[in-house]
Design a protein around this ligand. Structure first.
Ligand SMILES: Nc1ncnc2c1ncn2[C@@H]1O[C@H](COP(=O)(O)OP(=O)(O)OP(=O)(O)O)[C@@H](O)[C@H]1O
Ligand SMILES: [Mg+2]
Length: 276
């Protein structure tokens, strides 16, 4: 076949496989009533789809509604409008398919690391005995082997956050919701935790919804970065990050990484936020 004929022949491309998103957020709106009777419009018609196994970060100015959005996804706070679909089915209230990691690790100080990690198993009334072994394996995965019977006060901040991540993963949720999990850590520990989280993500392939104030952390970790406007929070940017994995800290000094973080800082600057 000549190249001319080739060019004239319509190309038959395989249709990309259309997957049902693992989580669909449709026109989510949130208004709070304060004690003084005022209304706070926190979220304005947020719509986003999370694909299975995707790592999505959210950046946005303080008070724009990031934590509120995460709590709505987790089923802890009801939306004022809109719908949430989990694998195509409308949901309300907490789901066993989701794990949550908050900014401060909120481990119970009078419980051992192992008992803290097993908290979701107690809450979900699953069989504790069969999850003990899994807890030990996950603690080993994050480098906390030997600390199972320690108390949170005996661990460093980074170790506590790793235990909190294990607690978010223990019941094998399809989706991990993380609210600034490394916000309280020093820069070096945070960088190590980013590499650690990437390693855990590569070996578990959870769908991750990750809130951060750090542009470089968002770009380093994510398949996609979303940016929210100031309150009422709406989505103003949605950028795909396609650097190959595994990524290491050297990526952060490349021109491409710099271009992307500069663009995101510019978008954030337009929303009045100052980010590192
Ligand atoms: N329970 C509540 N009652 C009233 N207002 C609330 C409540 N929770 C949050 N808000 C308000 O909603 C807005 C969004 O708060 P949210 O905590 O979601 O912001 P955020 O983006 O997570 O901020 P930060 O980056 O500082 O953590 C804020 O104005 C906050 O005061
Ligand atoms: Mg918050």
């Amino acid at each position: 076949m000549s190249s001319l004929q080739n060019a004239a022949t319509p190309r038959v491309c395989a249709e990309p496989e259309v997957k049902v998103p693992v989580l669909s957020v449709r026109a989510i709106d949130k208004r709070f009533k304060t004690k003084s009777g005022d209304e706070i419009h926190a979220l304005n018609k947020i719509s986003v789809d999370l694909a299975d196994g995707e790592f999505v970060s959210v950046l946005g100015p303080s008070g724009c509604g990031k934590t509120t959005l995460l709590k709505i996804l987790a089923g802890i706070v009801p939306p004022s409008g809109g719908t949430l679909l989990y694998r195509g089915t409308a949901i309300s209230g907490p789901q066993a398919g989701m794990g949550v990691v908050f900014q401060s690790s909120v481990l119970l100080p009078w419980w051992t690391v192992l008992d803290n990690v097993l908290l979701p198993i107690r809450v979900l009334k699953l069989d504790l005995t069969s999850y003990r072994q899994k807890a030990r394996e996950l603690l080993r995965l994050v480098g906390l082997e030997g600390f199972e019977n320690s108390y949170p006060g005996e661990l460093s901040g980074g170790m506590q956050q790793r235990a909190a991540i294990v607690r978010g993963l223990i019941h094998d949720p399809g989706i991990l919701l993380m609210d600034e999990p490394f916000g309280a850590l020093d820069a070096m520990t945070r960088e190590r935790m980013n590499v650690e989280l990437q390693r855990i993500w590569l070996s578990t392939r959870k769908t991750v919804f990750f809130i951060t104030h750090s542009v470089s952390e968002a770009v380093f970790l994510s398949d996609r970065v979303l940016v929210m406007s100031a309150r009422p929070g709406s989505l103003v940017e949605n950028v795909r990050v396609s650097f190959p994995r595994p990524r290491n800290a050297d990526l952060m000094s490349t021109a491409e990484f710099g271009d992307l973080t500069r663009h995101l800082r510019h978008v954030l600057g337009g929303s009045g936020a100052v980010h590192d």
